[in-house]
Design a binder for this molecule. Structure first.
Ligand code: BES
Ligand code: MN
Ligand code: ZN
Length: 491
Protein backbone atom coordinates (compact mmCIF):
# COMPACT_ATOMS: atom_id res chain seq x y z
CA UNK A 1 0.00 0.00 0.00
CA UNK A 2 1.28 3.42 -0.94
CA UNK A 3 0.91 6.52 1.19
CA UNK A 4 1.61 9.87 -0.41
CA UNK A 5 1.30 13.55 0.19
CA UNK A 6 -0.80 14.97 -2.64
CA UNK A 7 -0.86 18.69 -3.37
CA UNK A 8 -4.38 18.83 -4.65
CA UNK A 9 -7.58 20.36 -3.36
CA UNK A 10 -10.40 18.03 -2.29
CA UNK A 11 -12.24 19.19 -5.40
CA UNK A 12 -9.35 18.08 -7.62
CA UNK A 13 -8.30 14.68 -6.39
CA UNK A 14 -9.45 11.70 -8.46
CA UNK A 15 -9.92 8.82 -6.01
CA UNK A 16 -12.59 6.28 -5.19
CA UNK A 17 -13.33 7.86 -1.82
CA UNK A 18 -12.51 11.35 -0.60
CA UNK A 19 -12.64 11.42 3.19
CA UNK A 20 -13.66 14.68 4.88
CA UNK A 21 -12.85 14.61 8.61
CA UNK A 22 -15.19 17.02 10.41
CA UNK A 23 -15.69 17.93 14.05
CA UNK A 24 -19.21 18.28 15.44
CA UNK A 25 -21.00 21.29 14.06
CA UNK A 26 -18.43 22.03 11.36
CA UNK A 27 -19.69 22.41 7.80
CA UNK A 28 -18.00 20.54 4.96
CA UNK A 29 -15.54 22.66 2.94
CA UNK A 30 -17.45 25.20 0.84
CA UNK A 31 -15.81 24.21 -2.45
CA UNK A 32 -16.84 20.56 -2.09
CA UNK A 33 -20.33 21.51 -0.97
CA UNK A 34 -20.72 23.84 -3.91
CA UNK A 35 -19.49 21.26 -6.43
CA UNK A 36 -22.05 18.84 -5.04
CA UNK A 37 -24.84 21.37 -5.40
CA UNK A 38 -25.25 21.93 -1.64
CA UNK A 39 -25.56 18.22 -0.81
CA UNK A 40 -23.05 18.37 2.09
CA UNK A 41 -24.90 21.25 3.72
CA UNK A 42 -28.12 19.23 3.65
CA UNK A 43 -26.52 16.21 5.27
CA UNK A 44 -24.18 17.83 7.79
CA UNK A 45 -26.04 18.64 11.00
CA UNK A 46 -29.04 16.56 9.90
CA UNK A 47 -28.16 12.92 9.11
CA UNK A 48 -24.51 13.46 9.95
CA UNK A 49 -23.72 14.92 13.39
CA UNK A 50 -19.94 14.55 13.41
CA UNK A 51 -19.73 12.26 16.42
CA UNK A 52 -16.43 10.44 16.82
CA UNK A 53 -16.23 7.63 14.29
CA UNK A 54 -19.53 8.46 12.59
CA UNK A 55 -19.48 8.00 8.81
CA UNK A 56 -21.82 8.97 5.97
CA UNK A 57 -21.09 8.04 2.37
CA UNK A 58 -22.23 10.33 -0.45
CA UNK A 59 -22.11 9.60 -4.17
CA UNK A 60 -20.76 12.49 -6.20
CA UNK A 61 -22.51 11.53 -9.41
CA UNK A 62 -19.66 12.84 -11.54
CA UNK A 63 -19.75 16.31 -10.01
CA UNK A 64 -16.29 15.81 -8.47
CA UNK A 65 -13.25 13.83 -9.68
CA UNK A 66 -13.73 11.69 -6.54
CA UNK A 67 -16.39 8.97 -7.01
CA UNK A 68 -17.62 9.16 -3.43
CA UNK A 69 -17.27 11.44 -0.45
CA UNK A 70 -17.13 10.04 3.08
CA UNK A 71 -18.04 12.43 5.86
CA UNK A 72 -16.04 11.33 8.91
CA UNK A 73 -16.92 12.49 12.43
CA UNK A 74 -14.15 13.59 14.79
CA UNK A 75 -16.34 14.39 17.78
CA UNK A 76 -16.34 17.72 19.61
CA UNK A 77 -13.47 19.97 18.50
CA UNK A 78 -12.38 20.59 22.10
CA UNK A 79 -12.09 16.85 22.75
CA UNK A 80 -10.02 15.86 19.74
CA UNK A 81 -6.77 14.14 20.79
CA UNK A 82 -4.02 12.35 18.90
CA UNK A 83 -5.72 9.06 19.82
CA UNK A 84 -9.21 10.07 18.78
CA UNK A 85 -7.94 11.44 15.47
CA UNK A 86 -5.99 8.23 14.83
CA UNK A 87 -9.04 6.17 15.66
CA UNK A 88 -11.34 8.23 13.44
CA UNK A 89 -8.89 7.93 10.54
CA UNK A 90 -8.75 4.16 10.93
CA UNK A 91 -12.55 3.97 10.99
CA UNK A 92 -12.80 6.20 7.91
CA UNK A 93 -10.23 4.21 5.95
CA UNK A 94 -11.95 0.92 6.79
CA UNK A 95 -15.39 2.28 5.89
CA UNK A 96 -13.99 3.42 2.54
CA UNK A 97 -12.45 0.01 1.98
CA UNK A 98 -15.75 -1.73 2.79
CA UNK A 99 -17.37 0.37 0.07
CA UNK A 100 -14.88 -1.12 -2.39
CA UNK A 101 -12.38 1.75 -2.58
CA UNK A 102 -8.91 1.08 -3.96
CA UNK A 103 -7.77 4.66 -3.66
CA UNK A 104 -8.65 7.06 -0.87
CA UNK A 105 -7.72 10.63 0.07
CA UNK A 106 -7.88 12.35 3.44
CA UNK A 107 -8.68 16.04 3.38
CA UNK A 108 -7.15 17.99 6.26
CA UNK A 109 -9.25 17.68 9.42
CA UNK A 110 -11.55 20.66 9.83
CA UNK A 111 -11.30 22.86 12.95
CA UNK A 112 -8.88 20.72 14.86
CA UNK A 113 -6.49 22.58 17.17
CA UNK A 114 -3.40 20.66 16.21
CA UNK A 115 -0.43 21.45 14.00
CA UNK A 116 -1.06 20.28 10.44
CA UNK A 117 1.96 17.95 10.62
CA UNK A 118 0.77 16.37 13.87
CA UNK A 119 -2.75 15.89 12.55
CA UNK A 120 -1.35 14.35 9.35
CA UNK A 121 0.85 12.07 11.43
CA UNK A 122 -2.04 10.61 13.40
CA UNK A 123 -4.36 10.41 10.39
CA UNK A 124 -1.69 8.44 8.51
CA UNK A 125 -1.00 6.21 11.48
CA UNK A 126 -4.68 5.46 11.98
CA UNK A 127 -5.35 4.73 8.32
CA UNK A 128 -2.44 2.28 8.07
CA UNK A 129 -3.37 0.68 11.38
CA UNK A 130 -6.99 0.22 10.42
CA UNK A 131 -6.29 -1.08 6.91
CA UNK A 132 -3.67 -3.58 8.02
CA UNK A 133 -4.43 -7.27 7.48
CA UNK A 134 -2.92 -9.77 9.86
CA UNK A 135 -1.73 -12.97 8.19
CA UNK A 136 -3.79 -16.16 8.38
CA UNK A 137 -3.21 -19.83 7.73
CA UNK A 138 -6.52 -20.59 5.98
CA UNK A 139 -6.16 -23.09 3.15
CA UNK A 140 -8.49 -21.11 0.92
CA UNK A 141 -7.52 -17.52 0.28
CA UNK A 142 -10.43 -15.10 0.10
CA UNK A 143 -10.25 -12.28 -2.44
CA UNK A 144 -10.75 -9.11 -0.47
CA UNK A 145 -10.85 -5.54 -1.68
CA UNK A 146 -7.69 -3.70 -0.69
CA UNK A 147 -6.86 -0.03 -0.62
CA UNK A 148 -3.78 0.50 -2.77
CA UNK A 149 -3.15 4.22 -2.35
CA UNK A 150 -3.77 6.56 0.56
CA UNK A 151 -3.42 10.24 -0.34
CA UNK A 152 -2.93 12.78 2.39
CA UNK A 153 -3.94 16.12 0.93
CA UNK A 154 -1.54 18.93 1.76
CA UNK A 155 1.89 20.36 1.04
CA UNK A 156 5.30 20.54 2.67
CA UNK A 157 3.76 21.30 6.04
CA UNK A 158 2.36 17.77 6.35
CA UNK A 159 5.16 15.75 4.70
CA UNK A 160 7.17 15.07 7.83
CA UNK A 161 4.08 14.11 9.80
CA UNK A 162 2.98 11.65 7.13
CA UNK A 163 6.42 10.06 7.06
CA UNK A 164 6.47 9.79 10.84
CA UNK A 165 2.98 8.32 11.01
CA UNK A 166 3.73 5.80 8.28
CA UNK A 167 6.97 4.65 9.92
CA UNK A 168 5.37 4.24 13.33
CA UNK A 169 2.38 2.39 11.85
CA UNK A 170 4.72 0.02 10.00
CA UNK A 171 6.54 -0.68 13.26
CA UNK A 172 3.25 -1.27 15.08
CA UNK A 173 1.99 -3.53 12.30
CA UNK A 174 5.22 -5.55 12.38
CA UNK A 175 4.75 -5.97 16.13
CA UNK A 176 1.13 -7.03 15.60
CA UNK A 177 2.16 -9.66 13.07
CA UNK A 178 4.85 -11.14 15.30
CA UNK A 179 2.60 -11.33 18.37
CA UNK A 180 -0.32 -12.74 16.37
CA UNK A 181 1.69 -15.59 14.87
CA UNK A 182 1.00 -18.97 16.50
CA UNK A 183 3.52 -20.36 18.98
CA UNK A 184 4.46 -23.30 16.76
CA UNK A 185 5.39 -20.86 14.00
CA UNK A 186 6.91 -18.21 16.26
CA UNK A 187 9.44 -20.11 18.33
CA UNK A 188 12.39 -18.36 19.98
CA UNK A 189 14.55 -19.43 17.04
CA UNK A 190 12.09 -17.98 14.56
CA UNK A 191 11.63 -14.77 16.57
CA UNK A 192 15.40 -14.27 16.49
CA UNK A 193 15.43 -14.86 12.73
CA UNK A 194 12.70 -12.28 12.24
CA UNK A 195 14.53 -9.79 14.43
CA UNK A 196 17.80 -10.39 12.57
CA UNK A 197 16.06 -9.98 9.23
CA UNK A 198 14.59 -6.64 10.34
CA UNK A 199 18.02 -5.55 11.56
CA UNK A 200 19.76 -6.45 8.31
CA UNK A 201 17.17 -4.49 6.32
CA UNK A 202 17.55 -1.41 8.49
CA UNK A 203 21.25 -1.17 9.27
CA UNK A 204 21.04 -2.36 12.87
CA UNK A 205 23.75 -4.60 14.36
CA UNK A 206 22.42 -7.82 15.79
CA UNK A 207 23.80 -10.69 17.87
CA UNK A 208 21.81 -13.82 18.63
CA UNK A 209 22.90 -16.14 21.42
CA UNK A 210 21.77 -19.77 21.28
CA UNK A 211 21.45 -22.06 24.31
CA UNK A 212 25.18 -22.53 24.63
CA UNK A 213 25.69 -18.79 24.25
CA UNK A 214 23.14 -18.16 27.02
CA UNK A 215 25.03 -20.57 29.27
CA UNK A 216 28.29 -18.78 28.57
CA UNK A 217 26.70 -15.41 29.32
CA UNK A 218 25.30 -16.79 32.59
CA UNK A 219 21.59 -16.25 31.83
CA UNK A 220 20.49 -18.67 34.53
CA UNK A 221 16.93 -17.33 34.83
CA UNK A 222 16.20 -17.56 31.10
CA UNK A 223 17.68 -21.06 31.10
CA UNK A 224 15.57 -22.09 34.12
CA UNK A 225 12.38 -21.13 32.28
CA UNK A 226 13.63 -22.90 29.16
CA UNK A 227 14.37 -26.14 31.06
CA UNK A 228 11.00 -27.72 30.26
CA UNK A 229 11.08 -26.87 26.58
CA UNK A 230 12.08 -28.83 23.51
CA UNK A 231 12.83 -25.49 21.84
CA UNK A 232 16.14 -23.77 22.36
CA UNK A 233 16.08 -20.31 23.94
CA UNK A 234 17.43 -17.29 22.13
CA UNK A 235 18.90 -14.10 23.54
CA UNK A 236 18.67 -11.32 20.97
CA UNK A 237 20.80 -8.18 21.21
CA UNK A 238 20.35 -5.34 18.70
CA UNK A 239 22.49 -2.20 18.52
CA UNK A 240 21.32 0.84 16.59
CA UNK A 241 24.12 3.40 16.43
CA UNK A 242 22.23 6.51 15.35
CA UNK A 243 24.22 8.57 17.84
CA UNK A 244 27.59 7.33 16.60
CA UNK A 245 27.87 4.24 18.80
CA UNK A 246 29.75 5.87 21.66
CA UNK A 247 26.73 6.26 23.90
CA UNK A 248 24.93 7.25 25.96
CA UNK A 249 22.79 4.20 25.26
CA UNK A 250 19.08 3.86 25.73
CA UNK A 251 18.13 0.28 26.60
CA UNK A 252 14.89 -1.33 25.40
CA UNK A 253 14.06 -4.76 26.79
CA UNK A 254 11.08 -6.90 25.75
CA UNK A 255 9.60 -10.14 27.06
CA UNK A 256 9.90 -12.72 24.29
CA UNK A 257 7.87 -15.55 25.78
CA UNK A 258 6.64 -17.32 22.63
CA UNK A 259 4.05 -19.44 24.46
CA UNK A 260 3.16 -19.40 28.14
CA UNK A 261 1.48 -22.60 29.33
CA UNK A 262 2.40 -21.70 32.90
CA UNK A 263 4.82 -24.62 33.09
CA UNK A 264 4.41 -26.91 36.13
CA UNK A 265 2.12 -24.21 37.61
CA UNK A 266 0.02 -24.85 34.53
CA UNK A 267 -2.68 -22.43 33.45
CA UNK A 268 -6.33 -23.45 33.01
CA UNK A 269 -7.33 -24.37 29.44
CA UNK A 270 -9.60 -21.39 28.95
CA UNK A 271 -7.73 -18.56 27.31
CA UNK A 272 -4.42 -20.40 27.28
CA UNK A 273 -4.39 -20.34 23.49
CA UNK A 274 -3.75 -16.66 23.25
CA UNK A 275 -0.63 -16.98 25.40
CA UNK A 276 1.06 -17.10 22.01
CA UNK A 277 1.03 -13.32 22.37
CA UNK A 278 3.21 -13.44 25.47
CA UNK A 279 6.04 -12.07 23.34
CA UNK A 280 4.08 -8.84 22.78
CA UNK A 281 6.77 -6.86 24.62
CA UNK A 282 9.49 -8.30 22.38
CA UNK A 283 7.33 -7.62 19.33
CA UNK A 284 7.01 -3.98 20.41
CA UNK A 285 10.78 -3.73 20.79
CA UNK A 286 11.37 -5.15 17.30
CA UNK A 287 8.71 -2.91 15.74
CA UNK A 288 10.10 0.11 17.56
CA UNK A 289 13.70 -0.62 16.52
CA UNK A 290 12.56 -0.74 12.91
CA UNK A 291 10.85 2.65 13.27
CA UNK A 292 13.78 4.16 15.21
CA UNK A 293 16.18 3.15 12.42
CA UNK A 294 13.87 4.29 9.61
CA UNK A 295 13.33 7.64 11.31
CA UNK A 296 17.13 7.86 11.58
CA UNK A 297 16.91 9.00 15.19
CA UNK A 298 20.20 10.37 16.44
CA UNK A 299 20.45 8.08 19.44
CA UNK A 300 22.32 4.92 20.37
CA UNK A 301 19.76 2.29 21.26
CA UNK A 302 20.47 -1.17 22.66
CA UNK A 303 17.58 -3.62 22.42
CA UNK A 304 17.51 -6.89 24.32
CA UNK A 305 15.05 -9.76 23.96
CA UNK A 306 15.23 -12.90 26.07
CA UNK A 307 13.12 -15.54 24.36
CA UNK A 308 11.78 -19.02 25.13
CA UNK A 309 8.47 -20.75 25.67
CA UNK A 310 7.33 -21.95 29.12
CA UNK A 311 6.35 -25.62 29.14
CA UNK A 312 5.66 -28.42 31.65
CA UNK A 313 8.01 -31.40 31.38
CA UNK A 314 9.96 -33.85 33.54
CA UNK A 315 12.88 -31.49 33.16
CA UNK A 316 10.98 -28.31 33.99
CA UNK A 317 12.03 -25.97 36.74
CA UNK A 318 9.83 -26.37 39.81
CA UNK A 319 8.10 -24.24 42.42
CA UNK A 320 10.49 -24.12 45.39
CA UNK A 321 13.64 -24.21 43.24
CA UNK A 322 16.27 -21.58 43.88
CA UNK A 323 17.93 -20.23 40.76
CA UNK A 324 20.39 -17.49 39.93
CA UNK A 325 20.89 -15.38 36.83
CA UNK A 326 23.11 -12.69 35.38
CA UNK A 327 22.61 -10.11 38.12
CA UNK A 328 23.91 -12.61 40.69
CA UNK A 329 20.74 -12.24 42.78
CA UNK A 330 19.08 -15.51 43.80
CA UNK A 331 15.40 -16.23 43.20
CA UNK A 332 13.08 -18.68 44.91
CA UNK A 333 10.52 -19.91 42.42
CA UNK A 334 7.00 -19.74 43.88
CA UNK A 335 5.19 -20.14 40.57
CA UNK A 336 6.63 -21.30 37.28
CA UNK A 337 3.91 -19.14 35.75
CA UNK A 338 5.71 -15.99 36.91
CA UNK A 339 8.29 -16.70 34.21
CA UNK A 340 8.25 -13.35 32.46
CA UNK A 341 10.02 -11.50 35.27
CA UNK A 342 12.69 -14.21 35.29
CA UNK A 343 13.68 -13.97 31.67
CA UNK A 344 13.37 -10.16 31.76
CA UNK A 345 15.60 -9.99 34.82
CA UNK A 346 18.41 -11.51 32.76
CA UNK A 347 17.65 -9.18 29.85
CA UNK A 348 17.66 -6.15 32.14
CA UNK A 349 20.84 -7.20 33.94
CA UNK A 350 22.48 -7.57 30.55
CA UNK A 351 21.33 -4.12 29.39
CA UNK A 352 22.61 -2.59 32.64
CA UNK A 353 25.92 -4.44 32.29
CA UNK A 354 26.35 -2.92 28.82
CA UNK A 355 26.28 0.53 30.36
CA UNK A 356 22.81 1.69 29.31
CA UNK A 357 22.15 5.11 30.75
CA UNK A 358 18.41 4.51 30.98
CA UNK A 359 16.19 1.50 30.36
CA UNK A 360 12.58 0.91 29.34
CA UNK A 361 11.08 -2.55 29.33
CA UNK A 362 7.72 -3.83 28.05
CA UNK A 363 5.99 -7.08 28.81
CA UNK A 364 2.74 -8.92 29.14
CA UNK A 365 3.75 -9.48 32.74
CA UNK A 366 0.69 -9.80 34.97
CA UNK A 367 -2.99 -10.60 34.71
CA UNK A 368 -3.37 -8.27 37.69
CA UNK A 369 -2.80 -5.18 35.54
CA UNK A 370 -6.09 -5.93 33.82
CA UNK A 371 -7.83 -6.00 37.21
CA UNK A 372 -6.19 -2.70 38.19
CA UNK A 373 -6.44 -0.68 34.97
CA UNK A 374 -8.34 -2.70 32.36
CA UNK A 375 -7.57 -2.52 28.66
CA UNK A 376 -7.24 1.29 28.65
CA UNK A 377 -3.93 2.26 30.22
CA UNK A 378 -0.85 0.12 30.69
CA UNK A 379 0.80 -0.04 34.10
CA UNK A 380 4.09 1.73 34.78
CA UNK A 381 6.46 0.64 37.54
CA UNK A 382 9.87 2.28 37.96
CA UNK A 383 12.84 2.86 40.20
CA UNK A 384 13.22 6.52 39.21
CA UNK A 385 10.47 9.15 39.27
CA UNK A 386 11.97 11.52 36.71
CA UNK A 387 12.59 8.84 34.10
CA UNK A 388 9.15 7.39 34.76
CA UNK A 389 7.57 10.80 34.10
CA UNK A 390 9.50 11.09 30.82
CA UNK A 391 8.27 7.71 29.64
CA UNK A 392 4.74 8.54 30.74
CA UNK A 393 4.85 11.78 28.73
CA UNK A 394 6.33 10.00 25.73
CA UNK A 395 3.35 7.64 25.83
CA UNK A 396 0.87 10.53 25.96
CA UNK A 397 2.57 12.26 23.02
CA UNK A 398 2.56 9.04 21.00
CA UNK A 399 -1.10 8.31 21.70
CA UNK A 400 -0.56 5.51 24.23
CA UNK A 401 -1.56 5.96 27.82
CA UNK A 402 0.16 4.54 30.87
CA UNK A 403 -0.53 4.95 34.58
CA UNK A 404 2.15 5.27 37.24
CA UNK A 405 1.88 2.66 39.98
CA UNK A 406 3.64 3.18 43.33
CA UNK A 407 7.09 1.90 44.21
CA UNK A 408 7.42 2.68 47.95
CA UNK A 409 10.11 0.67 49.76
CA UNK A 410 7.47 -1.31 51.64
CA UNK A 411 6.29 -2.93 48.41
CA UNK A 412 9.60 -4.74 48.19
CA UNK A 413 8.46 -6.75 51.25
CA UNK A 414 5.98 -8.49 48.95
CA UNK A 415 8.80 -10.29 47.16
CA UNK A 416 10.94 -11.26 50.19
CA UNK A 417 12.04 -14.88 50.43
CA UNK A 418 13.19 -16.81 53.52
CA UNK A 419 15.66 -18.78 51.44
CA UNK A 420 16.80 -16.53 48.57
CA UNK A 421 17.13 -12.85 47.65
CA UNK A 422 13.55 -12.71 46.40
CA UNK A 423 10.55 -14.77 45.31
CA UNK A 424 9.14 -14.60 41.80
CA UNK A 425 5.52 -14.43 42.98
CA UNK A 426 3.79 -12.11 45.39
CA UNK A 427 2.51 -12.77 48.90
CA UNK A 428 -1.27 -13.35 48.98
CA UNK A 429 -1.48 -12.05 45.40
CA UNK A 430 -1.19 -8.53 46.80
CA UNK A 431 -0.32 -5.74 44.35
CA UNK A 432 0.58 -8.25 41.66
CA UNK A 433 1.60 -5.72 39.03
CA UNK A 434 3.73 -3.66 41.43
CA UNK A 435 5.40 -6.80 42.77
CA UNK A 436 6.21 -7.98 39.25
CA UNK A 437 7.64 -4.60 38.32
CA UNK A 438 9.73 -4.25 41.46
CA UNK A 439 11.13 -7.74 40.94
CA UNK A 440 12.54 -6.40 37.66
CA UNK A 441 14.01 -3.32 39.35
CA UNK A 442 16.12 -5.54 41.57
CA UNK A 443 18.16 -6.64 38.55
CA UNK A 444 19.25 -3.31 37.06
CA UNK A 445 21.40 -1.94 39.90
CA UNK A 446 21.19 1.87 39.93
CA UNK A 447 20.22 2.31 36.28
CA UNK A 448 16.98 4.30 35.94
CA UNK A 449 14.44 1.81 34.62
CA UNK A 450 10.76 1.94 33.69
CA UNK A 451 8.59 -1.13 33.17
CA UNK A 452 5.42 -1.05 31.05
CA UNK A 453 3.01 -3.87 31.88
CA UNK A 454 1.03 -4.20 28.64
CA UNK A 455 -0.71 -7.48 29.51
CA UNK A 456 -4.21 -5.97 29.29
CA UNK A 457 -3.54 -4.06 26.07
CA UNK A 458 -1.51 -6.38 23.88
CA UNK A 459 -4.50 -8.39 22.70
CA UNK A 460 -8.07 -7.59 21.67
CA UNK A 461 -10.58 -10.41 21.72
CA UNK A 462 -12.84 -8.85 19.15
CA UNK A 463 -12.34 -6.46 16.29
CA UNK A 464 -14.27 -3.23 15.90
CA UNK A 465 -14.73 -0.40 13.41
CA UNK A 466 -11.12 0.71 13.98
CA UNK A 467 -9.02 -2.44 14.05
CA UNK A 468 -9.14 -6.19 13.63
CA UNK A 469 -9.10 -8.53 16.59
CA UNK A 470 -5.83 -9.91 17.90
CA UNK A 471 -2.44 -8.40 18.64
CA UNK A 472 -2.40 -4.62 18.96
CA UNK A 473 1.30 -3.70 18.94
CA UNK A 474 0.90 -1.85 22.25
CA UNK A 475 4.10 -0.31 23.59
CA UNK A 476 5.73 0.20 20.19
CA UNK A 477 4.76 3.87 19.93
CA UNK A 478 5.92 4.74 23.44
CA UNK A 479 9.31 3.13 22.77
CA UNK A 480 9.74 5.15 19.56
CA UNK A 481 8.70 8.45 21.12
CA UNK A 482 10.89 7.88 24.19
CA UNK A 483 13.83 7.16 21.89
CA UNK A 484 13.07 10.32 19.89
CA UNK A 485 13.12 12.38 23.08
CA UNK A 486 16.29 10.63 24.27
CA UNK A 487 17.90 11.60 20.94
CA UNK A 488 16.78 15.21 21.32
CA UNK A 489 18.78 15.59 24.51
CA UNK A 490 16.46 14.11 27.04
CA UNK A 491 19.73 12.29 27.71
N1 BES B 1 1.92 -14.02 30.67
C1 BES B 1 1.31 -13.98 31.94
C2 BES B 1 0.51 -12.71 32.20
C3 BES B 1 -0.69 -12.46 31.32
C4 BES B 1 -1.96 -12.78 31.74
C5 BES B 1 -0.54 -11.85 30.09
C6 BES B 1 -3.05 -12.52 30.95
C7 BES B 1 -1.63 -11.58 29.30
C8 BES B 1 -2.89 -11.90 29.73
C9 BES B 1 2.36 -14.10 33.03
O1 BES B 1 3.46 -14.88 32.70
C10 BES B 1 1.71 -14.75 34.21
O2 BES B 1 1.31 -15.87 34.08
N2 BES B 1 1.63 -14.01 35.33
C11 BES B 1 1.06 -14.53 36.51
C12 BES B 1 1.93 -14.09 37.67
C13 BES B 1 1.58 -14.74 38.99
C14 BES B 1 1.81 -16.23 38.92
C15 BES B 1 2.44 -14.12 40.06
C16 BES B 1 -0.35 -13.95 36.64
O3 BES B 1 -0.57 -12.81 36.28
O4 BES B 1 -1.22 -14.70 37.07
MN1 MN C 1 3.11 -16.91 33.08
ZN1 ZN D 1 3.92 -15.02 30.70
Amino acid sequence: MKVQVTRQAPTEVAVDVLILPLTEGTPAPADVNEALGGLCAQVVGADFKGELGETTLLYTGGRLPARKVLLLGLGKAAKVTNRSLRRAAGIGARAARSSGARSIAFAQPRTVEMKAATAARFVTEGALHGLFRLPDWKSEKKERPEVEVVHILGGDEVAEGVEHGRTVAEGVNLARTLAWTPGNHMTATRLAERAAEMCRQNGIEVEVYDKKGCEELGLGLLLAVNQGSREEPRFIVMRYKGGGGKGPWLGLVGKGLTFDSGGISIKPTEGMWNMKMDMGGAAAVIGAMQAIARLKLKADVLAVIPSTDNMPDGGSYRPGDVVVGLSGKTVEIRSTDAEGRLILADGLAYAASQGCQKIITASTLTGAVNIALGPIRFGLVANDDAWEEEVYQAGEAAGERGWKLPHDEEYYDLIKSPIADMINGTKNRAAGTVAGGLFLMRHVGDTPCVHMDIAALAWKNSGDKYEDEGATGAGTRTFVEAARRFAEGGR
